[in-house]
Design a protein around this ligand. Structure first.
Ligand SMILES: Nc1ncnc2c1ncn2[C@@H]1O[C@H](COP(=O)(O)OP(=O)(O)OP(=O)(O)O)[C@@H](O)[C@H]1O
Ligand SMILES: [Mg+2]
Length: 509
């Protein structure tokens, strides 16, 4: 038998995503246009709202007029924001190195992986061979303008040019401009849907989009307050694994396990730390750095099974709140009826989350053959792969007739999950996995708003019937009065005014 020798190779993260771009949302030219806009808009929102700036985002997608047959599907995408900007030295790494991020922290943000913006730039580079231009300022005296490419094999930025300009007006923000191949015509419905839904959950943002034909789409700010800013938090003991515990032990200055538990874990006070260590069978004075590998495993297992830790609190989350969600729905859907609810904070595997649910009926709510569901995660609309998402499974499992509704009626359900760790099914961030704690909260939330809509619809139906009944009275009562008077041989016809007034009043309501 002949043995064929194998060649082993190591590839960089950039190379990995170059080879597998579909898993990051860049499977084909239409999807690529959509994902490019989405990733840059998300970065802009992350650079504004969490630092207390009302977002102003300007997006322009322009066609590149090709010469000699080139470029039917080539575009220049430019996204500008008024955000925090990026410190000059970090610009090349933030944009041209995969898995480099300012968001690897335990607090809610749209970005999590450190690859969305970089993937967009890589896609632009491999389809057009053109560099990206990034202009940014943190509001300091300088504005930095970089021209960059990615060294894909080494996962490093290549700086082609760097210009520094005076920042006379104290501008802060970031502009990203790149060329890419795509198919806007195909992507258009999803892009517009994405922007509309972004406006629903970010009603405090001004978003302007100019499409390749020069059409302008404007989503105006209607709310001047921002949601609460998320605070960074410590890991909850239920979410800790062996690697995380090793890392914490490596950096800790605590000399005893009693201090260690209180210092590094979320909501662990002295009393709980003492009870936990007793439960786990570790002495309070033990030095964390002296734990043997098998003891570390034992400690982690005890952390997972100890039931008396306090649940994570929600300071690290930034839900919209009922008022903002309601304002967003009213602004974009102009419904006849709306109801929203925010569920109490909850947790899965030590990760806190909050579910917010809305329901809208009538007005300009679109009609769909099936149930119309808008899904959001950390204020990002999810517009692809609906059928694989936990919320879809839940809305399909509900018997809507109980609430006087059937698919095809003009109603929309909105589900928003906020968490420090959204249980994504893929890095493309389109589907949320079916975690029992999460689905329970979604189900309860949807039922709550559905009940309100059900009550509204049945009241509306009752009023309608009542009106119909009274209008029959209004028509026939005078005749009955006249007839009865005649029968009784009276000249005077009794007055039906009072009854008619009541009928009229209800009709006017
Ligand atoms: N418009 C912007 N303003 C300020 N900083 C930005 C902007 N765009 C990107 N960044 C910085 O660049 C980093 C990398 O962005 P990138 O989109 O690649 O990853 P991410 O947003 O951290 O995570 P994700 O992969 O989930 O999008 C961000 O963490 C942020 O620090
Ligand atoms: Mg990002």
């Amino acid at each position: 038998m002949k043995i064929i020798s194998q060649v082993f190779q190591e590839i960089s993260p950039a190379d990995f995503f170059y080879r597998n771009r579909e898993i990051a949302g860049f499977a084909n030219p239409a999807r690529a246009i959509f994902s490019a806009i989405r990733e840059l808009v998300e970065n802009s929102l992350d650079a504004t709202e969490p630092v207390g700036i009302l977002p102003d985002i300007y997006i322009r997608l322009s066609p590149v007029k090709g010469e000699g047959g080139e470029g039917e599907n080539l575009y220049v995408l430019r996204v500008r924001d008024n955000g925090s900007g990026i410190p000059a030295d970090y610009v090349p790494l933030a944009f041209c190195q995969f898995l480099f991020s300012s968001k690897y922290k335990l607090r809610q943000s749209r970005g999590t992986f450190g690859l969305g913006g970089t993937m967009t730039i890589l896609y632009g580079q491999i389809t057009t061979n053109k560099p990206v231009k990034v202009i940014s300022s943190t509001g300091s005296q300088k504005i930095y303008e970089y021209t960059l490419m990615i060294d894909i094999e080494r996962n490093r930025p290549i700086i082609l040019d760097r210009k520094i300009r005076e920042n006379e007006r104290g501008w802060h923000g970031t502009i990203v401009e790149l060329s890419l191949e795509g198919d806007y015509i195909k992507a258009m419905p999803k892009v517009l849907e994405y922007l509309k839904q972004t406006a629903i959950v970010n009603p405090y943002a001004n978003i302007i989009f100019i499409d390749p034909r020069g059409r302008l789409y404007k989503f105006e700010r209607v709310v001047l307050s921002l949601p609460p800013q998320p605070k960074e938090t410590l890991p909850h003991p239920h979410g800790v694994d062996v690697e995380m515990l090793y890392r914490i032990i490596r950096v800790t200055r605590c000399k005893t396990l009693l201090d260690f538990m209180q210092e590094h874990f979320h909501r662990v006070g002295k009393r709980i730390a003492q009870r936990f260590l007793e439960f786990a069978g570790f002495p309070e004075e033990a030095d964390p750095k002296s734990l043997k590998p098998e003891e570390i495993v034992k400690l982690v297992q005890a952390m997972k099974s100890f039931n008396d830790f306090l649940p994570p609190d929600a300071d690290c989350l930034s839900p919209l709140g009922e008022e903002i969600l309601r304002a967003g729905i009213l602004k974009e859907l102009e419904p006849e009826f709306v109801d929203v609810t925010q569920r109490k904070p909850s947790a899965y595997s030590g990760h806190p989350f909050i579910i917010e649910v809305g329901i809208a009926y009538g007005g300009k709510v679109p009609v769909r053959d099936d149930i119309l569901l808008y899904r959001f995660a950390n204020k990002i609309p999810l517009v692809y792969d609906e059928s694989g998402d936990v919320s879809w499974k839940i809305v399909k499992s509900i018997d809507w007739r109980k609430y006087g509704l059937t698919p095809g009626m003009p109603f929309a359900v909105l589900v928003h999950i906020c968490s420090t760790k959204i249980p994504w099914k893929t890095v493309g961030k389109e589907m949320i996995a079916d975690i029992p704690e999460v689905s329970r909260e979604i189900l309860n939330g949807v039922r709550e708003v559905a009940r309100q809509l059900g009550a509204y619809l049945s009241k509306k139906e009752r009023d309608k019937r009542e009106k119909a009944r009274l209008s029959v009275f209004a028509k026939y009562l005078p005749k009955i009065a006249e007839f009865s008077a005649k029968l009784a041989g009276r000249n005077e016809i009794p007055s039906v005014e009072n009854l008619l007034r009541r009928a009229k009043k209800i009709e006017e309501d």
